[in-house]
Design a protein around this ligand. Sequence first.
Ligand SMILES: C[S@@+](CC[C@H](N)C(=O)[O-])C[C@H]1O[C@@H](n2cnc3c(N)ncnc32)[C@H](O)[C@@H]1O
Length: 338
Amino acid sequence: MTVKHLKILHQHNNPNIHQTFEKDGHDVIQGLTATPKTLPPKYFYDDRGSDIFEQICELPEYYPTRTEAWILKQYADEIADITGSCELVELGSGSSTKTHYLLNAYQKVAKSLTESIPDAFSYIPIDVSGGILKTTVLALQEKYPNLTLEGLIGTYEEALLYLGKNHARSRMIFFLGSSIGNFNEAESNEFLNKVSHALTQGDYFLLGIDLQKPKDILEDAYNDSQEVTAAFNLNMLAHLNWRFQGDFDLSLFKHQAIYNEVDHQIEMYLHAQVEHQASLDILDLKVQFQSGESILTEISRKFDLEKVQSQLRSQGLATIKIWTDPQQWFGLVLCQVI
Ligand SMILES: C[S@@+](CC[C@H](N)C(=O)[O-])C[C@H]1O[C@@H](n2cnc3c(N)ncnc32)[C@H](O)[C@@H]1O
């Protein structure tokens, strides 16, 4: 079966998008020349990274995926009833596994409308990881033959720029998996501002967030006993080697995730075990590591529902309803543009 509905955004001839693509790798140079060293989490996701993330979702310690899936399973119909039929846009869709609950609900809502609105049931999954998006789009084409589908390979920023606003019909952008937690406060404001700009008044934004909880539960989730998260973290260096012709030796680094209780965030590190140098030829970059020096590869902020609502409101996104699980470990916030 061929993929009919996939677009690579950085090949699109939008001058703004081209500019974003040209900057590819600048964030790596910036992060690895900073003190302390950091890397952007989007570099976790090459084909192998996406594959390992799917394994993480199945780990007994990794509660976020199954908890958010439980909420979606319980409340997808209610969400679709509130918003009515709308164009569904998912940022960082990955395998879209949890999205099936929403798609099933919106398919029902669209059923009565398909004669008056031909694309009443439509979905735009967006992901920087092209391999998993292609596989996902193929599977969706087969499972939902009546779905108007267009997968976009690119970053959140590229996709939001490319999509612009949809004045013709209402839209719901959704962002699951608490991926918003990978942004610090300033970055998340910038991100929400871009989301807001891709919506018109009355449109919706659905956000999945991991809530604050005891340190041991959080640290176990990111330091699993099978060391799958360690492999995921180390794979970022393999990805950089492939993308930028590098020579990072993965065996010289060790994974660690700690919960910073002051900033309410998991911090994921790669610690250099010995003093050494690594190069990324395409970026013309040589990086010196001291023994014990760390690269911060991800923050995963844990949220307070009151604070999130006021942050959303400051970007013109008013909360309509919040759903959680019985333990209040995870939250799903539906907002509307005011
Ligand atoms: C933590 S996974 C979540 C996947 C899925 N939404 C879920 O909830 O299970 C993050 C997803 O976002 C994608 N991603 C990460 N950074 C991205 C970026 N800057 N732009 C677009 N996609 C990104 C990854 O490839 C990955 O599929």
